[in-house]
Each structure stands twice: as C-alpha cells, then as structure tokens.
Design a protein. Structure first.
Length: 446
C-alpha cells in the first residue's frame, strides 16, 4: 500500500465527512510555486490554486518570511480586545485599495463564509430593511446566513432564511429567457425591476443585493459588459446596498486587483477571503462605515484579524502589486483562453470556454445543440487530469464545468502543459480509457 492510500484510510476513519468534497485521492506533502508533491513523491501542476487560495503560488519566500517573523515577534493577540499594529495597517490598506469616495471600515474573520455571515446579520441592522437579493447559482458559504444567500445546489439540503430573493445570473450560454446576448438589451435586468420587484419583493424592503462579478461555483460565468453597471444603477435607484463577493476572484485573479474593477463599478461593500492571506485563515469585509459600524460586538471571533494572518495578508498584497501578478493573470489568461478555444474547435463536447484573467470555465456538454450538461464526463476528466499530473476541480450548477484557477505566477509553458493534459484527459474519458467505476467515491459535487 502506498503512503497516500494509507493516509486516505486513516482520514476516512478520523476526519468528519461533513467537511469533505473529494475529486481524487490526492494527499499534499509539499509545494512550491505552482507545483505540489504528494505523499508518494509524485509531482503535480496545480491549476486550482487550492480552490483559488494560492494566488501568489505556494511558499512564496516573502510571505513565508513575513509569517515567520510575525510568529516570532507577536504570535497572537485577540484583535477584538487587544490591538495589534498589523490589523490596523491592513485595514487602512484595504480601505485605500477599494474604490469609493466615502468613509469605510474593515471587519475581519477567517473564511468567505463568516464574512458573508457578517452581511446577512448586519444588513438588516444597518438599513432597517430585512430583505436581501442574491443570485441563482451563487455560492457565498456554508454558515447559516451565507448559505441562505447562496443559490447553489450544494446548499440544497438546507432551508435557509426566508428573507432572500434569488434572481437569475446573466448566464448567456444558458440564458433562462432564451434571449440572444447581442440583442437582448439586458432583459434579465429589466425582468428584476418589472417582475421581481413588482411581484416577489418590494425594493423598499431590500437592504442589499449581493453578487459575484464572475460567478465561480455557478460555472465560472462572466457577465456581459454593461450588466454590473446596470445592476449598480438599479441598486442606487432604490437605495439598495450594492455588495460584491470577491472571495474567489479578488486579489489579482481577473487581471485587476478586484474582479469588479473590470466593469468600473463602486460597491458599497466588498467581501474578501481565500487568497487574501495566501493560506493563512483571514477574511474581511471592507465597506461603508454606516454598515460596518451598525452594531458593537455583534459579529466577532477570538482569532479573527490576528497579527500573523494580517502580516501574511500585507505581504500577499505587496507581492501581488510589486510582482505584477494581476498583469500576469491577464496575459496568461488571454493566452490560455486562446489555446482552449483552439481545443474547443476540434472537440464538440466543449460547449463553451469563458473567463476573465485566470478564472476560466470549460463547459462540457453531451451535445452542442441540446447543450445537455455532461456532468459525469466532467468528473472523469478531472480525475484523469489528476492521474496525468494536473490538479483542477469542476464547478457549475450541474457540475459540468472544468474550472481553471491556477496560481497567478504561472508561465506560458505551464499553460501549454495544462492544455495538453486536458486534451488527453478529454480524449481518454471519451474513449472509455477511464470510466465512472474507476472514480469510486471521488465524484466531487456529484
Ligand atoms: C464567491 C465565494 N464566496 C464565499 C465562499 C465561501 O468561502 P469559504 O469556503 O472560505 O468559507 C466561496 C467558496 O468557494 C466563494 O467561492
């Protein structure tokens, strides 16, 4: 029995299934840059960045240094009661990094979920309006409030709060209104004002609308130009807070520091997590002071905003800015999209290839005419890629979208290698070289 198999057996016995979403039997032992070594010494190219966390790559020396230095100097102080300089410096930095000529403050947590939970709790307190609008297909987290705001099937087992109204995301490849992107005049926005606000929820009761500028777990869906601007204008018309969840695409991934900057909008609050500390657990909401100061001690966690996590985040921001990682994300993203579109041309099961910078989705379908989601094929391709040395996951409300979110340090050669492995994996899955039985329990979302 190899070491990975042995560790998997111990994990099955000792670690709760409630925290498992497994696509293949990978046990990470060591990592550097965009490469990960498993417990048996095999090397993999990581095109998931560990679900979008390792934007700066693994083990970046400046971040390792910052963490070790802070750990030696001040290993902990509970920011909720005992201040530390790092948390203040980071808050000031985040305020400067986000747009908006208004007073802002920063809240800290550990995960995207607890940051979105802040919103679910504080929006009614700050606005006096109890209702929230979110999107079908959105994923905001797994705590009670954050999953109440989500619209992803992964949350389907829970009822959630009844104060959230979900509207369709502009998923043009599968437009729910069967309109054409070129001529629709953003009908999906008109639908919200003319139908949802007229019949489902009065806009006067809506405190906030929360959106992802690229809807990741919903299938890496990029909204058409003009959509986010239209959404912002609609929120302003009704006095609704316009909030963007940048947990997965923030910190350089889309070619800008924040994804929404691609469309020039100014959110009232921005949710940040995953890559923010290069793996140190830290999240933040940066937003209008009226929202952020709407109650004292209403959403606080003992280890949130601790000095080591804040030091990691400050170093992460320095690295992204100084090493121009957003610029690299834009360059490599365009190159990768081009290569994947070439692949699509000879491969009818690739229904759509879309992305912004280094958040890219390859939507697999059984037939390009019917667009029936090829969910099992996606699971096979993801598993086969693992066998061939490439790590990635799938996403989408039907789990049929291969998601590429590599570290932002990747090179053109690594993009070429990933495309070659993907081509091989799709071919192997199509020709029966790998079948569902080979996956065992490793079916990801399915
Ligand atoms: C957009 C978005 N928001 C929130 C979350 C939840 O983050 P976490 O898993 O850190 O709680 C995720 C996780 O995938 C996400 O993609």
């Amino acid at each position: 029995m190899n070491r990975s198999t042995e560790l998997f057996q111990r994990d099955a016995d000792a670690v709760s299934d409630v925290m498992k979403l497994r696509f293949y039997p990978m046990v990470a032992k060591a990592a550097g840059g965009a490469l990960i070594r498993d417990a048996d010494g095999r090397e993999y190219l990581d095109f998931s960045a560990g679900w979008g966390v390792a934007n700066t790559g693994y083990g970046h020396p400046r971040i390792v240094n910052a963490v070790c230095k802070e750990m030696n100097r001040l290993s902990f102080s509970p920011t909720i009661s005992v201040l530390n300089e790092e948390s203040i410096e980071l808050a000031e930095r985040l305020r400067e990094m986000t747009p908006g000529d208004f007073e802002k403050a920063v809240w800290y947590g550990h995960s995207g979920s607890d940051a979105n939970e802040f919103l679910y709790k504080m929006i009614p307190a700050a606005t006096g309006r109890s209702r929230i609008v979110s999107f079908v297909g959105s994923y905001h987290g797994q705590t009670m409030g954050s999953y109440s705001m989500s619209g992803h099937p992964a949350q389907g087992k829970f009822t959630g709060g009844g104060n959230v109204t979900r509207i369709p995301y502009p998923y043009c490849y599968r437009c729910p209104f069967e309109r054409d992107r070129e001529t629709c005049g953003l009908f999906c926005l008109k639908y919200v004002e003319d139908f949802v606000f007229a019949s489902q929820v009065s806009p006067a009761q809506v405190g906030a609308l929360i959106a992802e500028a690229v809807q990741c777990d919903g299938g890496d869906v990029v909204p058409p130009d003009g959509y986010l601007q239209g959404l912002e204008r609609m929120c302003r018309r009704y006095g609704i807070l316009f909030i963007l969840d940048e947990v997965k695409i923030g910190f350089g991934r889309t070619g800008k520091m924040f994804g929404f900057e691609n469309w020039g909008v100014t959110p009232d609050a921005v949710v940040m997590a995953k890559p923010m500390g290069s793996g140190q657990p830290i999240s933040a909401v940066t937003g209008r002071k009226e929202l952020m100061d709407a109650g004292v001690g209403m959403h606080m966690f003992t280890t949130a905003g601790n000095p080591v996590a804040c030091a990691a985040s400050l170093a992460t921001i320095d690295v992204i800015e100084e090493e121009k990682l957003a610029e690299n994300a834009e360059i490599q993203g365009e190159y990768l999209l081009g290569r994947l579109r070439e692949l699509q041309a000879g491969c009818p099961v690739i229904g759509d290839v879309r992305g912004k910078g280094l958040v890219i989705g390859i939507e697999l379908v059984e037939n390009p005419e019917t667009k029936k989601p090829a969910s099992e094929l996606a699971a096979l391709v993801v598993y086969r890629c693992y066998e061939l040395g490439l790590l990635l996951f799938d996403s989408g409300i039907s789990a049929n979208v291969i998601e590429l979110t590599p570290p932002l340090i990747i090179t053109k050669q690594q993009c070429d290698r990933a495309v070659e492995v993907l081509r091989q994996a799709i071919e192997d899955a199509m020709t029966g070289r790998i079948i569902r039985e080979d996956l065992g329990d490793f079916a990801g979302w399915g």
